[in-house]
Write a protein that binds this ligand. Sequence first.
Ligand code: NAD
Ligand code: MG
Length: 388
Amino acid sequence: MPGNATVTSQRAPIGVALLGATGSVGSSALRVLSRHPHRFVPVALTAHSNLAALQQQVSQFKPSFVGLVAPSAADVPADWGAGPGCLVEAATRDDVAVVINAVVGAAGLQATLAALRAGKRVALANKETLVMAGDIVTETARRHGGELVPVDSEHSAILQCLAGRDPSDVRRLIITASGGPFRTWESERIAQATVGDALRHPTWQMGAKITIDSATLANKALEVIEAHHLFGIPYDRIDVVVHPQSIVHSFVEFVDGSVLAQMGVPSMELPILYALTWPERVPDTGVPTFDPVRLGSLTFEPVRHSDFPMLQLGISAGRQGGAAPAVFNAANEVAVAHFLDERLPFAGIVDCVSAAVEAHGTMPGDSLDALLAADAAARAYVHARVGS
Ligand code: NAD
Ligand code: MG
């Protein structure tokens, strides 16, 4: 075993494309990469529209490719990629072996597929990709030899607990949920929650969309669907438990009744590094030392399903399959955007998503085009319902 790390460190650094570099996961990923310059080099960086933030990263990391998806006016340097196509361009470059997909939302799908088709490793934070088109994404990986490695902390935990074991050894996955900012709130108060309330996540610092998803528990529904596709475990063997401290990142129960958990302080840097080095581990001192005494009690409680209906709604869409998960995801993205714009109350998110799944969940979902059509129909439906 000791030989492995030495061999890895003597190889030329691995080229990494980082999609969504300016986001929460993106900036954590750059911190991880900058601690391991002999192993990894960011050769391609993309962002949506934050030119100043991207420019700052470019001057620090000097990537060979830079892409801005939605530049305003003519403010993009001449040698940068521009427009949505720059994600695929970054993800399929010859000098890229690993693509960290840290884009938020369905916009990350084409780049994930293109990278897998090109046989790359995709370190996937962009869970919406798997929810929308899980069968197609996993089949693309299988067919072309691409690797799909989760960045999401719960799925990284499961991957670490599985440690190469066969799915037939698994009885159950137990995914932990922080419970979000409204874990202890009465349902009437939750319905009135403001954007500020919903953005105040108790344990994780994240982008706005996933923070709202954590408040509704839509995020946990997306994660159950993500786990189903990543690990090939049926829905009736995936449970969710609320764990407010976010220290146990998930459990795997094996057929003999033994349960493994993966723990760590809540920092995305750990699962990001593991997605890059899996199945190896490399020395890293970036996250604070684990001190069980200081952490104190770890507690677990059931989900209050009646107060957080998004979880069951999303899992039902996952079970239904076809276009239903794509519709759930797309409707949720649009509803969350309207909530963030203060055009929809907090309780309106689940109303919109539930009505969209009802209206469009049975659309065909047997091809990428069909899924994209269902995604578009769900978006149009929610926009119309909110009146935009
Ligand atoms: P964020 O909003 O902080 O960052 C999103 C990034 O994607 C930004 O760089 C932005 O420029 C880019 N982007 C946004 N829209 C885009 C588009 N249409 N096309 C191309 N690029 C676009 O989000 P985040 O919190 O970093 O989350 C990113 C992804 O990782 C999400 O799928 C989220 O669910 C997942 N995730 C995040 C965390 C976390 O701790 N933040 C944890 C687990 C999973
Ligand atoms: Mg997660």
